[in-house]
Design a protein. Structure first.
Length: 335
């Protein structure tokens, strides 16, 4: 196989979702600038024996760790452009030590995930998930005790945990629909939160006041099981938990205990074990709404991801600053 200068390691199906005609033209232009007719696209890195001339590497989920041994095979590598958000699974300190630039397309995913978080929020408030289960069971839905009180978003207290890219996009949607957002984020000031249209509060206060708690925090050592049995117990009866971020943030056993009791509702896109096992109670409980880790998988979002990668490569070729660069000190915060 030809030794490439611009190597795209992305599964075929995702490649079609990421790169439309315009993005593919940008990639061909980039390859031409590197002295090639076109980039080389493979599904797996093992398909390329000689990596010595790779200058630009486009990655996707499941890419192997770029440790010293693998980097030694790519002595010309200067840019890694990731089609997803988190680069922590495969980017190592050695990448930065060798002066290799890193960029990622996480910003492209924020609008889609924020919309799913809003969808979950509205479904839990209006008891859509409970009504759906009741209808499928053939219950008497004239008895509203079957699904509980329905609430509107306008005026509802919604606690957002984490002012990440997605958290901020979600906050903007909440504000547009007249919710009352609270924000939990130890990295922000009260003034920062106010600019985002929210009131900055502690975790405990945010949990105890909220009708809906939406998670948008990064996966860090200190956020492991940020929401456990103690924290869930602070939430009011009938409140809902929305998680489109990472299962890392929640003690699943504690959450299962709460939703089994019927005291809390939950809408979840991310789980400790994926795919979610067929026998999981999360699948059958009437007060739980689940999706298969697809919050970011919109048609438009995928194309934005591909466009960001293609444009970042063009910027690198021009010597311009990367709009979505990952710096060494940021690595632990890129969720």
């Amino acid at each position: 196989m030809t030794t490439p200068a611009l190597l795209i390691v992305v599964p075929d199906a995702l490649h079609l979702e990421f790169f439309d005609a315009a993005s593919q033209q940008l990639l061909r232009t980039a390859a031409a600038a590197l002295g090639e007719a076109a980039p080389l696209h493979v599904e797996d890195l093992s398909a390329v024996d000689d990596l010595s001339k790779v200058q630009v590497l486009v990655t996707s989920w499941g890419f192997p760790r770029l440790d010293a041994e693998l980097l030694d095979r790519m002595p010309s590598l200067a840019l890694v452009a990731h089609t997803g958000a988190s680069v922590r699974p495969f980017i190592t300190d050695e990448v930065f030590a060798r002066g290799i630039h890193v960029t990622q397309a996480g910003q492209a995913m924020a609008p889609a995930v924020a919309e799913v978080s809003l969808t979950f929020t509205l479904a839990l408030l209006h008891r859509v998930h409970r009504m759906d289960h009741a209808m499928r069971r053939g219950d008497d839905c004239s008895n509203t005790d079957v699904f509980g009180p329905q609430r509107e978003l306008s005026g509802s207290v919604v606690t957002v945990i984490g002012a990440s890219r997605t958290g901020r996009a979600y906050l903007s949607l909440l504000s547009a629909l007249w919710a009352r957002p609270l924000l939990v984020d130890p990295t922000l000031t009260c003034e920062d939160a106010e600019r985002l249209g929210a009131e900055l509060v502690s975790l405990d206060e945010g949990l105890s006041r909220a009708r809906i708690v939406a998670l948008h925090a990064p996966s860090l050592p200190e956020t492991r099981h940020l929401i456990g049995a103690r924290e869930l117990a602070l939430m009011p009866d009938g409140a809902g938990l929305v998680n489109t971020a990472r299962s890392w943030l929640v003690d699943e056993a504690a959450l299962l205990s709460e939703v089994r009791s019927g005291r809390l509702d939950a809408a979840i896109d991310v789980f400790d074990e994926e795919p979610l096992p067929p026998g999981s109670d999360f699948r059958s409980l009437p007060n739980v709404l689940t999706t298969p880790h697809r919050a970011a998988g919109t048609y438009e979002g995928r194309l934005r991801q591909g466009r960001i990668v293609a444009e970042e490569i063009q910027a690198w070729l021009r010597g311009s600053p990367l709009a979505h660069a990952v710096e060494p000190h940021q690595l632990r915060f890129i969720a």
